[in-house]
Design a protein around this ligand. Structure first.
Ligand code: APR
Length: 260
């Protein structure tokens, strides 16, 4: 995962959320990419907004392997706070709209989220991958250790509380893809990008790679690319349609139109 440098391209006009979208055909395959914006209406902060998660933190202090080696306590405190907050929130209409779309499309639907929260699962999504990992999972910090990530909602607030791996004795870490690390499930993601005919991107600023380039990859195979969010993303010129508005308001309507 890394921050993107995008070329300057002329921006096309975005549309307000009173749209008419062509319904899907029986051949269409939909790839959905979601970012922090889809969970904003549930009460989880985005990363780069005014109250964003990165506002009070230097990314390099809490979201890199080097940060964990230097100060595992600070890293665990950051993720423990997020775990506690997650326990107080619920899925919103945007998450449920994607479940509706999945029911309509079956295996022609694929959801890739950059979010580490569990709100898509809470709503009922099944065909989903978390490319940046899961907040509610923990794993061994030693790369060569084969111990699998496990479900874990506990908070670790001091160095003494951080558990060690039962297999190799190394410190356990959050199951999160940090900056400088390779996102999860990339083979499956690239295959789905290759075969999709519609790319629906929701609530992501379009500045973090590789996700920021998915729209370009999907368009190589002529997929129709639609963006939903209250503001234009940094990779806006690559989208055919930009529907400005909150995901919880726009997505339920869009799914109805797509499903015909
Ligand atoms: N509905 C839809 N989109 C929204 C809403 C909403 N209600 N509220 C905010 N947004 C949009 C913002 O306009 C912004 O474009 O969500 C986007 C959030 O952007 P970021 O904070 O940059 O989050 P994201 O793009 O998901 O970040 C990508 O970067 O920091 C890393 O690993 C982290 O997965 C994360 C990745």
């Amino acid at each position: 995962m890394r921050a993107a440098t995008l070329p300057a391209l002329p921006a096309a006009a975005a549309r307000a959320a009173d749209f008419m979208i062509q319904p899907l055909s029986a051949q269409d395959r939909v790839f959905v990419l979601t970012g922090a914006g889809i969970s904003a209406e549930s009460g989880l902060p985005t990363f780069r907004g005014a109250d964003g998660l990165w506002r009070g933190h230097h990314v390099q202090d809490v979201a890199t392997p080097e940060a964990f080696r230097a100060n595992p306590e600070m890293v665990w405190q950051f993720y423990s706070e997020r775990r506690k907050r997650h326990a107080t929130v619920s899925a919103n209409p945007a998450h449920f709209a994607l479940v509706e779309l999945e029911r309509h499309l079956g295996e022609r639907f694929f959801l890739c989220t950059q979010n580490v929260d569990s709100l898509h699962e809470q709503a009922g999504s099944k065909r989903i991958v978390h490319m940046h990992g899961r907040l509610m999972q923990t794993r061994c910090s030693r790369e060569t250790c084969r111990t699998k990530p496990f479900e874990d909602d506990r908070a670790y607030l001091s160095r003494a509380e951080i558990p060690t791996c039962p297999q190799c004795g190394a410190l356990l870490r959050p199951h999160i893809c940090w900056f400088g690390e390779v996102p999860f499930s990339m083979d499956r993601i690239f295959e789905q990008l290759r075969i999709c005919t519609v790319l629906l991107t929701v609530g992501t600023s379009g500045v973090v790679e590789p996700a920021a380039s998915f729209v370009r990859m999907a368009r190589i195979n002529r997929a129709r690319a639609i963006y939903i969010g209250p503001e234009e993303p940094a990779n806006r010129p690559f989208f055919d349609e930009v529907l400005l508005g909150k995901a919880g308001e726009v997505l339920p309507k869009l799914v109805k139109e797509l499903a015909g």
